[in-house]
Write a protein that binds this ligand. Sequence first.
Ligand code: SF4
Ligand code: SF4
Length: 177
Amino acid sequence: MSIKDISLSGKKKEVVDKKMTLIEKLYLPAIVQGLGITIKHFFQKKVTVQYPEQQREYSPVYRGQHVLMRDDQGRERCTACGLCALACPAEAITMTAAERTKGEEHLYREEKYAAVYEINMLRCIFCGLCEDACPKEAIFLTKSKLHVKPDLEREAFIYGKDRLVISVEDAKARKYD
Ligand code: SF4
Ligand code: SF4
């Protein structure tokens, strides 16, 4: 077999320099064929949506911005164990733990809590490993459906507890369950 006969794709076509017929010279078949494709697409279901008025269904495994959850009594679930930070491949999570004092039982579920909890959204790759690592079901990306908003300042992407911990009202309304 000569090298000319070898076709890796199996779609090899020999180019022939034959004279065009009158119909071919008028390009009519090609125009009709093109119109046929256009008409076919005209009646097909549209794949575009009028965002933001219209929004697509999120996938059940969609990972949005993180939320730090509260329990059904409105107390913060996070116990500042640091497992999420340890699991994070992007080293995006930092926290400072504190001991719960007497009278704070209604605020924090565990004896230890995160006094400071920060995620650098510019580092985060939304892999979800922090969610998988959490033993207290305190951090979720899959439930939030929130987007990290664009900004011009790098500092704006350091999300603290003020933006991560869900509100008591949302916890009571079980918005993220
Ligand atoms: S989603 Fe991944 S990269 Fe982002 S904070 Fe969690 S573990 Fe780190
Ligand atoms: S979010 Fe979960 S894994 Fe991370 S520190 Fe809090 S309890 Fe531990």
